[in-house]
Design a protein around this ligand. Structure first.
Ligand SMILES: Nc1nc2c(c(=O)[nH]1)N[C@H]1C(S)=C(S)[C@@H](COP(=O)(O)O)O[C@H]1N2
Ligand SMILES: [Mo]
Length: 522
């Protein structure tokens, strides 16, 4: 890639450096910038890492349609996709800075400084940022500039004799290699040491949760319908879907955690971790689901949560009569607006500390999160929660409602076919069709299956684990005719059947029947 430039460059005042090598110098300087930034972020906090800060700012600035596209294209791997995209764009810009710097130093330097300023601004703009947030990007940029200047000065130039060029080329590549290695070590250290969040992980492991004062009702033996391939009724925490805007998992130390309850209240309340664990905790099975879950999707899970009913904390604070909403806020500045009523009625709306009998996993909101039966996560399930502001829908908005999603997000009754998989081949004869359905806080009362547009037929429901949990079902279809067949499902809650009208996830959740096609062979 260097030959054209090497042979073709006219020797003017300053001989041209091969463009490929110049780009390489820029890339190496880029790696140093990012690596030094990552190292300094070990002290300044993971959210100040330049790549993470820019990525997070990007996430917050992303319009809803793009986010929706990313979520539906990459699913829960959207964070990986974002990271890859960011690295590709940055690499291209770094290479460009190298090429520019080889022509005219100030052009290359200006591009590096510009990128540095963007990263500093992004870091300072994080909700949890203090002025030190800009330091990793600043130090990284200075290190990157210095590296670029040294490498560009070492670029082998056309016009010198062959021997000399060979030597200077080797020296340049060595220097570039060393710079890249140093930068890469910085990135690795920054990510492994930083992301492990050792202190908080250790604090979590040291916790013994108290016994609930009210235990969850015993789960009937038959909540699992007993068909292989159906998502288990109790979702293992390791398999529980994860959706949030946090590029680095917030590290919240329970010993310094507090929950501040304020706003339209007669009495401000502040709750510590010790006080929370001392309170009368209850246990409840609740199915959580995401408004971004497409029909048939798997952004839904069921678990046993341990926590303090939010209504008890609110009762201490005594909301004033004009309040109708609680704006919950997380350690990393995310917000959700929840109808006050859903937090004060008799449902198990929890300030949860436990999931599946253990402290919350870090990525599911450790040490404390909200869980509210019957509402989508975006309006209720604040992870790493630190603040409840009692307010009014007329006066305040939240993270997703600012981005075009509905103020109110009650879960829509839905059903899903888990087996067979779509486009599966099955033999003529009995075919077991099975899956799950949910209508949190109303309860699934009936599930029906329809084949090839025929009559809706009742499926057999698995045992009921409570109205806040999903419910499995199975149906045996007698497949007589070879060929392609269409199977659909619908669930009922006490108000009737779910709607078959097709709607996308924006602004308040997808509707329509989950549908599969089966190839029946003789
Ligand atoms: N702090 C914070 N809490 C959050 C979110 C977030 O982005 N940040 N996302 C919400 C959304 S949209 C959903 S669906 C649930 C998902 O919870 P889970 O990741 O534990 O499954 O968390 C909610 N709580
Ligand atoms: Mo969500």
């Amino acid at each position: 890639m260097t030959t054209t430039a090497e042979t073709g460059a006219p020797a003017t005042t300053r001989p041209r450096a091969p463009i490929g090598l110049a780009a390489l110098a820029g890339l190496a300087a880029g790696v140093v910038t990012v690596g030094v930034g990552a190292l300094v972020s070990l002290v300044a906090g993971a959210s100040t890492d330049p790549l993470i800060a820019v990525g997070s700012a990007f996430v917050d600035a992303t319009p809803a349609w793009l986010k929706d596209w990313a979520a539906s294209t990459f699913g829960t791997a959207d964070k990986v996709a974002l990271g890859v995209g960011e690295v590709v764009v940055l690499a291209a810009l770094a290479a460009l800075a190298g090429v520019l710097a080889a022509r005219r130093w100030v052009w290359g330097a200006a591009l590096v400084v510009l990128l540095g300023v963007v990263a500093m601004a992004a870091a300072l703009g994080r909700p949890d940022a203090s002025w030190t947030a800009m330091v990793p990007s600043l130090v990284g940029t200075v290190a990157g500039l210095w590296t670029l200047q040294r490498l560009v000065a070492r670029l082998p130039r056309a016009g010198t004799d062959d021997d000399e060029r060979g030597t200077s080329r080797r020296r340049f590549l060595q220097a570039t290699g060393v710079a890249t290695a140093i930068g890469a070590v910085g990135v690795l250290l920054g990510r492994t040491v930083g992301a492990a969040g050792r202190a908080v992980t250790a604090a979590r492991q040291a916790i013994t949760l108290p016994r609930p004062v009210t235990t969850a009702p015993a789960v009937p033996a038959g909540v699992d319908v007993g068909v292989e391939g159906v998502a288990p009724w109790a979702t293992p925490p390791a398999d529980f879907y994860r959706i949030d805007t946090a590029l680095v998992v917030p590290q919240v130390d329970p010993s310094t955690w507090t929950l501040r309850v304020h706003g339209l209240v007669e009495q401000e309340v502040e709750l510590t971790w010790a006080e929370l664990l001392d309170a009368d905790l209850v246990e409840a099975w609740v199915t959580l689901c995401c408004v971004s879950n497409p029909v048939g999707g798997d952004l839904v899970g069921n678990q046993r949560w341990l926590g303090l009913p939010v209504r008890e904390v609110l009762a201490r604070a005594r909301p004033t009569a004009d309040a109708d909403m609680v704006l919950s806020r997380s350690a990393d500045g995310w917000t959700a607006s929840t109808p006050l009523e859903a937090l004060t009625d008799d449902r198990d709306a929890l300030l949860a500390v436990g999931m599946d009998g253990a402290p919350l996993p870090l990525e599911h909101g450790f040490p404390v999160r909200m869980v509210v039966p019957g509402l989508y996560g975006y309006v209720s399930a604040t992870k790493w929660v630190t603040e409840l502001e009692v307010t009014r829908f007329a006066d305040a908005t939240a993270y997703w409602t600012d981005r075009g999603w509905s103020q109110k997000g009650p879960v829509k009754t839905q059903s899903r076919i888990d087996v067979p998989s779509d486009e599966a081949e099955v033999a003529v004869g009995p075919v077991v069709i099975a899956g799950t359905a949910w209508a949190q806080h109303r309860g699934v009362t009936r599930v029906q299956v329809q084949v090839d547009g025929g009559a809706w037929q009742d499926a057999t429901l698995a045992d009921d684990g409570g109205i806040d949990s999903w419910r499995q079902w199975r149906f045996e279809w007698q497949a007589d005719e070879p060929g392609r067949h269409e199977v659909r499902v619908r669930a009922f809650d006490p108000e009737g059947p779910q709607t078959g009208a097709v709607a996308g996830v924006i602004p308040d959740g997808a509707t329509g029947y989950d549908t599969i096609h089966l190839a029946v062979r003789a």
